[in-house]
Every structure is written in structure tokens, then in C-alpha cells.
Write a protein that binds this ligand. Sequence first.
Ligand code: 8YV
Length: 321
Amino acid sequence: MNKIVAWKSLPEDVLAYLQQHAQVVQVDPSQHDALVAALRDADGGIGASVQITPAMLEGASRLKALSTISVGYDQFDVADLTRRGIVLAHTPDVLTESTADTVFSLILASARRVVELADWVKAGQWRTSIGPAQFGLDVQGKTIGIVGLGRIGGAVARRAAHGFNMKVLYTNRSANHQAEQAYGARRVELAELLAQSDFVCLQVPLTRETRHLIGAAELRAMKKSAILINASRGATVDEPALIEALRNGTIHGAGLDVFDTEPLPADSPLLAMPNVVALPHIGSATHETRHAMALNAAENLVAALDGTLTTNIVNRDVLAK
Ligand code: 8YV
């Protein structure tokens, strides 16, 4: 029977499903050495939120497949896995809509100051009828610039165009004809997107090319009234430059679900800024979606170990080896 290491706790039914197919060893991810030892002895692995480095896989000679409970796979060295002949599977699709909902809640919360004003009410500050000091910015009818129009970007574009009558600009490696037809999305260069958008929304995976894609110069290129939304990965933005831009009024505000360091350190200047909405990386975090992701990842892993997985493979070239 195959042996599987799980470094994230799994819903009961998903664990039971895996146990029908393999012996499952559950490891507390904070116990680094125990995880490395378990991987050394395993045929497959499933988990999320832990960096799996090449060094951790030295001696893991039986390992045939890893399955991440996420769409993002920046926690793996994909080229190294491919060299080792290890299949990497991920969970796109099942989290698209709930993550797009998170993006939209950041847009609305930042523009309409939902968190700040709800705290203000709870603090007993609402003593007379509100005035301009509590006003926010419109969302409907504005321009959204989506940097990276893949699955989640497309679901954000649909909400923006159909739900909020927004004009959609986007950048992407290739044209997204479906989004152009269905949502009137217009593909532009990053410079034009930054200059025109009221909301700049990052939807790119973290790669060498997208690391610090938004730095001081890009923030300066945005409208002073614009809001930056990031629910992709923290490192797509130069965080110190963003803090500076928010402090100086270079941009109006930011809605952030991801950060350089997570959990966000208690002394982060972002926490003291009224023009920042900060969430604890909840992109896909609903009961329904997290369950669907865990099940999807478990099914991916079982199929990968069987040699029957055809979808959700990150390093397809490993199959040619
Ligand atoms: C979670 C995510 O961080 O799917 C991703 O790439 O960022 C999130 O869904 C992760 O999956 C935690 O389980």
C-alpha cells in the first residue's frame, strides 16, 4: 500500500477517502524534521501553507506525487520536482468564485470604508448624522484594472462588468477573448492600466517575473484616488514602497489579503493605517470551498499515484520523462 504524508489537517471524509487508498501519516507542519523524515519514507504528500524545498526532498526516493491544497504553487520548486520525476498537482477551478468574492469584498470595503466605519460605530463615535468625513468612493461605474486575467481575474471581471457596471482593463500574457466579448475587457499595457484604473487588482501567480511587479514607480503611475487590491501573493508588491505610497497619499488606499510575511507582524505600519483593509489571507477560506479544495487535492493525489491523473497537473512535462 502507498504511504501518504499529510501536512495539513484534512476534513474527516477526505481523510477517510485517502485512507481507503493508502496509509496516511499526519504530520504537524511546525515539526520540520518530522515532516522531512516522513517525506523520506512516502510515495505521496498532500498539504498547504508550507514551503517544500529541494533540501527537504533529499533522500525521498519513493516520492512520486505531491498535491497542494491551493491553486498557487510558489511553495514548491517546480523545476526541481520535475527533475526528480515528482508530479505536482494543484486545485484551480474549485476556489475561483470564492476567491473572486474575497477580491470584491476588499474592493467594496476599501472604497466604502466598511471596516473603518464599522469599528467607528462600535467605538461609540456615531453621535450625529454622518458627513463628508465618513464618505467613501463609488465602486459602480468606475474602471477596474486587472493585472493577470486568468480564472480568478475572469471571475473578478464578471462581477465588475455585470454586477457593478465597471469598465474592465487588463494585462495578461495572452489575450482573453472570452473576457473581451463577455465583459468588454480591454487588454492594455501595464502603464495604461495603472494610469486609468480606479482599482488596480493583482491576480497574477508569484513567479520570478511577477515578484515586486508593483513597486514605487508603478505606485506613482497610479491615480492619486486609486485603490490597490492584492489577494494574489504578498511579494507581487514591494511592501515598503506600498507603505510609503499609502503614507504619502501617492495612492488613496489598499485592500490586502496577502503580505510579505504572514501572519502580518503586529508592528507592521499597515495595521495603523485607516486607508488599509487587511485580511488574514482568506482568499478561498469558506467552509464549502476549503472542503472542495481538500477533496480535489486528495483525488488528485490518488490519481497521480495511480498514474491516471490528467488534469490539475502543474508540471505536465514530468509525465514525458
Ligand atoms: C490558501 C491560496 O493560501 O490557493 C491558494 O493559492 O492562496 C489559498 O487558497 C491555501 O490554499 C491554504 O490552504
